[in-house]
Ligand binder design. Sequence first.
Ligand code: SF4
Length: 501
Amino acid sequence: MMPLQSFDPVKDSDYLMTTQGSDKPEEACGVFGVYAPESSLEVAKLTYFGLYALQHRGQESAGITTLSKGDVYCHKDMGLVSQVFNEKILEQLPGEVAIGHTRYSTTGSSLKENAQPFVLDSRLGKMALAHNGNLVNAAELRQYLIQKKTNFVTSTDSEMIALTIVDEVNQGKDWIQGAMSAFERCKGAYSLTIATPEGLMGVRDQNGIRPLVIGVLSEDNGGKDRYVLSSETCGLDIIGAEYLREVEPGELVWITDSGLTSINFAKQVQKKLCVFEMVYFARPDSVVHDETLYSYRVRLGRQLARESFVDADLVIGVPDSGVPAAIGFSRESGLSYGEGLIKNRYVGRTFIQPTQNMREAGIRMKLNTLKDALQGKRIIIVDDSIVRGTTSKKIVQTIRDAGATEVHMRISSPPVTHPCFYGIDTDNQDQLIAATKSVEEIKERIGVDSLAYLSWQGMLETTQENTNHFCSACFTGDYPVSIPDDIKRSKLMLEGKKVKV
Ligand code: SF4
């Protein structure tokens, strides 16, 4: 067990040095799909741009699979979308249908073999699958597949979904019946794009924990409208596709040359969209519930100001994700908003890691202060979340070093007290600072003059939707899909002990 005070050389390095690991929860994956037979659309290139827009959802590996008259072409590798693909590679991915994936590993190691899409053979031809989410019954599913003498290539739950579909198809079912039977065995979070020789599937689990949207792409030459699937609407915007609607929880959309068919495969549907997608993960320009998440996050800041006003000279946000809430806080409180921290936008994922000595010397590759904006001022710094607290502490120290006379921190979500089992890496419970420390103790630990979090009610009511339609388990421990004991033990280190909230 790692003590909370310890310095983690990989995860702690984000603020100071790189984007390799961070003190924020890590998104699991982004998925994308295009179906465009008999058209001039280059499906691999469209998927490349879609993945480019979904890069924030996974930065470890990227992959595209295309299907062309039954033949399958696939390229995937470790790295960012722009590192994995170039013109030449995309030219070697012909086809009428394509799916793509950006990955951050939440099950299975960060290895090339675990990169997606997965391609499997079946009696109906080859299929490819891309998955965002986490199954909570992967061990049970693995046992089931072992009994069936299935060969695994990877260590991921995503491959198990694909293998289960193929197993059902090989027993004589068609693609739809095979997929529906497979989903009866899958528990947890899954948003999927699946390419088959007959069509493209988009699927969302019965709780709709991870997002998935449908778009329509019109060809300039007046050709047929074509459907696009994407984790977020920003993946549609980048290729000029028009947003149609969300894939609903428990819905399978089957896109073929006859158009789009909707099939409800789940017996019990319960809307439970991850509220952290709204607060932090999804891009601010993505649309959820008919508005951009930027607008929601500005309202979170307004609510935060109503709940925890403090007088100050300047409100600043932690770039980029804390900025909309900082603007909202400023608008509601009437306090001035300004920039105080500058993010180096060209810090990509680097494999050259700084030495411990360099970190201690205070090298700041990712964030730097605007000293003249902060000097002699009482500062309110707004961020979207605190997970382990290591980054917050360093940001506060940097602001003080720049000459701020007071530093007050405001967080536009409640304390994160529980880990996620549905496809977000929020660390084990013992590594979440709010799981073991009170707000007052965290305030002392990160060295601020005052600290306040947004209330749980404030966060949910600000969605302006039915508050029961969200998963907020990492703030409450109230998991919408029950967690089997074996995986609970692996992450809920404090289960049974007193948890401070
Ligand atoms: S536990 Fe938290 S991060 Fe995970 S799905 Fe629920 S709200 Fe999202």
